[in-house]
Design a protein around this ligand. Structure first.
Ligand code: PGA
Length: 244
C-alpha cells in the first residue's frame, strides 16, 4: 500500500498562489514513491485541478455537505467538488468539529455522501490535550471511529491529536505507534480483512524535520499536512521522507 501525503491548505490561498504552491508539485510527483494530494479551499478546487491535470497529484476538498443538493446556503455538496475536479475530501477535521459543531453522526452522513459522489473520504479523528492528560485518548478516538465511519467504509483515516495541530508539538514515536496500532485493531474488528487495507495517516505539525521519523513508524500510512503544505518545497520534502 503506497503512503499518502495529503496537504490541507485550510483557509489559505488565492488564485495567484497556485503557481507557487501547486504547480511546482507536478514534475517531482513523478519520482515519488507515495501518492500526493492537495486539498485547497473550495474556490480553488477547480483551478488547482486544472493546474495539476495530467499529473500524479490528486485534488480534494476540505468538507462537503451530507446532502447531494438542496436549500443549504453557503454549503458545498460532494457532487460539486467532484464536478470541479476533486477526487478526495477531508471530513470531520477537528477544526470543523469545533467551528461548526460537527458530530460523529454528521461526519458519517458526509462520508456516505462523498462516497456516493465518487470522492474518497479522509476521516479525521483525535483527542484534545485535556483528554490525553486524562488518559482518555483511545476512548475518544475509538468513539470517533465508531461514530464517524459508516459500514463498508472505503477511505482513509487520519489520526490528528488536536493539541499537535499547528502547535509544533508532536506525540512521541511510542504514542503514535500505540495509537495507530489501536486504530488498526478497531478497523479490523469492525471491517474484518477490509480493515487491513485502510490507510492510517498521522497529522499534526508534520514538517520536513520530523517527517522521516513519523512516516517510518508502524501502521503510519502517510501524513495529513497543514502548514508545511503551503510551501511546495516543504511539502515535497515531507513526501520525499517516504522511502518505501
Ligand atoms: P498542521 O495541520 O500540519 O499545520 O499542524 C495539520 C492538519 O490540521 O491537518
Amino acid at each position: 500500500m503506497r503512503a499518502l501525503i495529503a496537504g490541507n491548505w485550510k483557509m489559505h490561498g488565492l488564485r495567484a498562489d497556485i503557481a507557487a504552491i501547486a504547480l511546482p508539485l507536478r514534475e517531482p510527483a513523478e519520482a515519488l514513491v507515495c501518492d500526493l494530494l492537495v486539498c485547497p479551499p473550495a474556490t480553488l478546487v477547480e483551478p488547482v485541478a486544472q493546474a495539476l491535470a495530467g499529473s500524479r497529484v490528486a485534488v480534494g476538498g476540505q468538507n462537503c455537505h451530507s446532502k447531494a443538493a438542496g436549500a443549504h446556503t453557503g454549503d458545498i455538496a460532494a457532487p460539486m467538488l467532484r464536478d470541479a475536479g476533486a477526487t478526495w475530501v477531508i471530513l470531520g477535521h477537528s477544526e470543523r468539529r469545533a467551528d461548526h459543531a460537527e458530530t460523529d453522526a454528521l461526519v458519517r452522513a458526509k462520508v456516505l455522501a462523498a462516497a456516493d459522489a465518487g470522492l474518497t473520504p479522509i476521516v479525521c479523528v483525535g483527542e484534545t490535550e485535556r483528554e490525553r492528560m486524562a488518559g482518555r485518548q483511545t476512548a475518544i478516538v475509538g468513539a470517533h471511529l465508531a461514530g464517524s465511519l459508516p459500514d463498508g467504509f472505503a477511505g482513509v483515516v487520519a489520526y490528528e491529536p488536536i493539541w499537535a495541530i499547528g502547535t509544533g508539538h508532536i506525540p512521541t514515536p511510542a504514542d503514535v505507534t500505540a495509537m495507530h496500532a489501536f486504530i488498526r485493531g478497531e478497523l479490523v474488528r469492525r471491517f474484518g480483512q477490509g480493515g487491513l487495507s485502510i490507510r492510517i495517516l498521522y497529522g499534526g505539525s508534520v514538517k520536513p524535520a520530523n517527517a522521516a521519523a513519523l512516516l517510518n513508524l508502524p501502521e503510519v500510512g502517510g501524513a495529513l499536512v497543514g502548514g508545511s503544505s503551503l510551501k511546495a518545497d516543504e511539502f515535497l520534502a515531507v513526501a520525499r521522507a517516504v522511502t518505501a
